[in-house]
Design a protein around this ligand. Sequence first.
Ligand SMILES: Nc1ncnc2c1ncn2[C@@H]1O[C@H](COP(=O)(O)OP(=O)(O)OP(=O)(O)O)[C@@H](O)[C@H]1O
Length: 400
Amino acid sequence: MIRFEHVTKSYADGTTAVDDLSFEVAEGELVTLVGPSGCGKTTTMKMVNRLIEPTAGHIYLDGVDISTIDPVALRRRIGYVIQQVGLFPHKTVLDNTATVPHLLGWPRKKARDRAAELLDLVGLDPAQYGDRYPDQLSGGQRQRVGVARALAADPPVLLMDEPFGAVDPVVREHLQTEFLRLQSTLHKTVLFVTHDIEEAVRLGDRIAVYGTGRVEQFDTPATVLGAPATPYVAEFVGADRGLKRLSVTPIETGDLEQPPVVRLDDDAARAAARLDEEGAAWAVVLDADGGLHGWVSAAGLKAAGGGTETGAGAATAATGREVRDHARRMDAWLPTGAPLKQAFSTMLQHDAGWIAVLEEERFLGVLTPAALHAALRRSTAADAGRLARDEVVVESVPGA
Ligand SMILES: Nc1ncnc2c1ncn2[C@@H]1O[C@H](COP(=O)(O)OP(=O)(O)OP(=O)(O)O)[C@@H](O)[C@H]1O
């Protein structure tokens, strides 16, 4: 959709802002450009809508060299969101949002209806905010209007230059979540500039990590974090890249352990004997429909087989014949595909040594801290070797 071919931008004073850049952004893909201040991210972006002309090389949009497209016509196909937002202070929120449709000559009502629809889409109630002026909004709300305005004429391409840079971290995370939700339905082709690696990792389908004027690595967040291409990238993504990687590595079925599984209405003594045979200390308990109920310990079941469990006497023994009488509930579970970070955080939150993973309602297996660690190592090795995760065998330190 957007292709850079050997693009260079040099200035008369000898500064090379962008040096021989070549990469391609697929249709519907969100690519984040990340790097330190002055590395050429904004220059890259502004060459796409011809606010800056390259010194050498070509940029293609849908296969057409953009130097052959009239800049005004080009910009109609490209939404642009910048950190300072650039809302017109004397225009209402609704009119600001309708700016491009107005410029395109849409009838007034159609433009305003479209603006209201977009405000709604970015989480601003047009009835409440439409008639306000920009200085009557919070920073986060202004950023939302900026996004709504860029989307108003439904351009296939969005350029976003640190759009959430000026708001505090909590609001930024909120805006990122909303933007991801929006993008999952709109599928715009997006170039997103940021100097924040966390933001780049969270939002990007792929990341271009810039050194000075050059792209040092262009790959998925998981690969950039797991297999940095150069020492520069490793340093830029940070020493805690293993932790960051947890949030971009999904749980796969092959990562799961398979503890014994019993049913609520199974006979307790028989279940105890089975766990004994398998040398297992506990089992996952499923209900009659195969849904997750919780877990049961071998020791608890054995006590039932022996007649008393807790010393509560005959009452316990009499009602303790089914697994259900000894099972404990475990409400926490995760869907397959959830990030490993969520699994880890759920385990900590529930003080649990394992977490069940379900597909729809179906129990698939459990993730333990050791399995999680192995999954992370396998996925890192897989990315480095360009393999599927289940093709990788990792060695463990004995006892680890
Ligand atoms: N008109 C100009 N003349 C000379 N050098 C320029 C000019 N405009 C930009 N530069 C230089 O080009 C380089 C890249 O600038 P650019 O704005 O693309 O960086 P950036 O990565 O977006 O930085 P930031 O994160 O600080 O916005 C910088 O060194 C900058 O000083």
